[in-house]
Design a protein around this ligand. Structure first.
Ligand code: 5GP
Ligand code: MN
Length: 337
């Protein structure tokens, strides 16, 4: 953030505002961690503040201190809409296009509030009065730490805030191992531990809450994995029937796509998940090395994200989607060699 923007933020939040904080649809650990951390921080500064999520978030995040105050735009629609239209300031975290908020898009479009964007994805749009966008950052949570530091207020980081931020950094970096993890990331994490984040406990909450039905679903997913060795690619499919047979709950497939990358020599891993309710196939893309899944998702599957982790969707059937995908790979043979 530049000095001018820091000064502008300081001024904005030095007076009472009606603030709404928004994560992207289907929020992950970084989106929930960053929004709830900022919520705690602004509450400590006596602001009138609420987090409005486009939809529900996974159970494995429902222990995060303060998560119970999040308004769900889908379920608590009129209350959420009132908050957005009355807002004087709206923070959008961990995304950079209104389209990433699904049904909320139109309401954000017509909101009269000033926007502040804090995000680490590529190609930010220009809706915000203040844009803090940096694709080199491991996570939006690391940026929220920086944001608080820019305001000279790290002394206001409580154990709750530290816990939220640690969670998002941990989940977005694959527990501190992705390329986006820098020495600075580790310094921030160390600071958060000093401020009360309990690392072992947080890890346990996120990763050790498997249910027998999720384990069974993982078995099906791994069994469905297809290797395309010529393309150093592995993909998984899960149909709605398969999900139903394992009492699928939001978040159950989190991390499944990464199994493909654990195979020796695999550079590109994909999971296709059928969602009958929305009539789409939701896709997650992961890569190691130079192959940009952000570009691939953007070019072919209405998505985007980061160079090594991105998402997208398809309106075709699951079989047609896989067919389209495998055909496309022929054009990328050199990139995946
Ligand atoms: P995931 O595969 O875990 O859902 O998402 C991986 C990354 O891609 C995340 O940073 C996420 O925000 C981004 N992403 C996921 N789905 C979409 C999408 O449909 N559009 C865009 N632009 N980004 C996405
Ligand atoms: Mn993120």
């Amino acid at each position: 953030m530049n000095l001018q923007d820091i000064q502008a933020v300081k001024e904005l939040i030095s007076t009472p505002q009606k603030i709404v904080i928004v994560p992207h649809k289907n929020p992950d650990g970084d989106a929930i961690g960053s929004t709830v951390a900022l919520w705690h921080f602004l509450k400590r500064k006596q602001q009138d503040v609420v987090v409005v999520s486009p939809n529900d978030f996974p159970d494995f995040l429902k222990w995060i201190p303060g998560n119970e105050h999040i308004l769900n735009f889908e379920k608590e629609n009129s209350q959420a809409r009132e908050k957005i239209s009355a807002a004087s300031l709206i923070f959008t975290l961990d995304f950079n296009h209104f389209s990433r908020t699904g049904q909320m898009q139109d309401f954000l479009d017509s909101a009269t509030a000033d926007f502040i964007m804090i995000d680490h994805h590529q190609s930010p749009s220009d809706y915000a009065k203040i844009t803090y966008s940096d694709v080199r950052m491991s996570s939006t949570c690391e940026m929220i730490y920086n944001f608080i530091a820019y305001l000279d207020e790290t002394d206001k980081i409580t154990p709750e805030i530290a816990t939220c931020l640690y969670t998002g950094i941990m989940t977005d970096t694959g527990s501190f191992k992705f390329r986006s993890t820098t020495s600075k990331t580790h310094r921030v994490v160390a600071e958060l531990m000093d401020k009360g984040a309990q690392n072992t406990e947080i890890h346990h909450h996120i990763y050790d809450t498997n249910s027998p039905s999720r384990m069974k679903l993982l078995g099906i997913a791994l069994n469905n994995m297809v290797l395309l060795e010529d393309y150093h690619t592995a993909y998984i499919t899960l149909t709605q029937d398969e999900l139903n047979s394992c009492n699928y709950k939001k978040g159950d497939t989190e991390g499944f796509v990464n199994y493909g990358l654990t195979l020796k020599g695999i550079k590109f891993a994909v999971i296709f998940i059928e969602n009958s309710e929305e009539g789409i196939i939701k896709i997650s893309f992961r890569s190691v090395g130079e192959f940009s899944v952000n570009q691939f998702a953007r070019n072919h599957f209405e998505g985007g994200g980061h160079d090594n982790a991105a998402g997208g969707k398809s309106d075709l059937s699951i079989n047609e989607t896989v067919e389209k995908f495998t055909k496309l790979l022929e054009n990328y043979k050199n990139d995946l060699a």
